[in-house]
Write a protein that binds this ligand. Structure first.
Ligand code: PLP
Length: 264
């Protein structure tokens, strides 16, 4: 027996789209997982041609390819936590929801709708599937304010509205809702609640336009924490701290909006 046993890292899976520019999507997810000390794995749902200026093209993978990637990972390696991101279409949302209904691992759902540049990353026809099939299998759902409005019709203008938004999201069945109020003026305030407990997370606003990949990074950081066995509130607190540092260190790349930094 060696004196020191090799460390076994938790296995954390992202089910999401590829960003060729390396700032968001699967690429941001894997960088976050590496930085937070878990083994990152990926099921790619769609491929985007993307850079700092926006999304120039997007192609979804066949549902069989998504199912096969998931089975390869889960049946052999196993997962301690899962994160979902860009799912593109109703067929992919339903496939992923069906696969995740069969896991005991905690699931973080980032209900990605539209990129910061306004490019659609989810078909409008997939919204019902997100509400009725995907949100019910989520341990934590992490919508931003645009996604809250799209999914529930609730518009958030003040911090007090975050409570109404969370209640509307929880109606669809996730165990926790993390409503990201980053688009409101003032401090970056998020509300995490399971309908009973409330945790307000506040961070000073960084005046940095290079924020590409913020949502992907936060959701992956939550999944990394859950994979390590943290409670949901602790995983979210750790993730908020991580993403705040990543935004503060966001850097210019290409001619548009640069990515958050994972090496800070
Ligand atoms: N591209 C992919 C593949 C994504 O998954 C996401 C967000 O989840 C984005 C782009 C959007 O990133 P952002 O809105 O931070 O620019």
């Amino acid at each position: 027996m060696p004196d020191v046993l090799p460390e076994v890292l938790p296995n954390v899976l992202t089910v999401a789209g590829s960003d060729s520019g390396g700032g968001a999507g699967v690429q941001a997810d894997l960088k976050t997982m590496l930085a937070l000390g878990v083994h990152g794995m990926s099921v790619i749902t769609a491929v985007t041609a993307q850079n700092s200026l926006g999304v120039q093209g997007a192609w979804e993978l066949p549902v069989e390819a998504v199912r096969a990637q998931y089975r390869s990972v889960v049946d052999d390696i196993g997962v301690q936590a899962v994160k979902t991101g860009m799912l593109a279409s109703a067929a992919l949302v339903e496939t992923v929801a069906e696969l995740l209904a069969g896991t005991d691992a905690p699931v973080v759902v980032d209900p990605v709708g539209v990129s910061k540049h306004g490019d659609p990353l989810l078909a409008a026809s997939a919204l019902d599937s997100v509400r009725e099939r995907l949100l019910p299998v989520a341990t934590v759902a992490t919508p931003n304010l645009d996604e809250v409005a799209q999914l529930t019709g609730v518009t958030v203008e003040t911090e007090a509205d975050l409570r109404r938004a969370a209640a509307a999201v929880l109606e669809y069945g996730p165990r926790w809702a993390l409503i990201k109020g980053g688009h409101l003026a003032g401090d970056a305030v998020d509300l995490l609640t399971d309908g009973t407990e409330e945790h307000w997370l506040r961070a000073p606003r960084h005046d940095n336009r290079h924020t590409h990949g913020t949502g992907c990074t936060l959701a992956s950081a939550v999944a990394a924490g859950l994979g390590k066995g943290l409670t949901v509130p602790d995983a979210v607190r750790q993730a908020k701290e991580y993403v705040t540092g990543a935004i503060a260190a966001g850097f210019s790349l290409g001619g548009g909006i640069g990515p958050v930094d994972h090496g800070w």
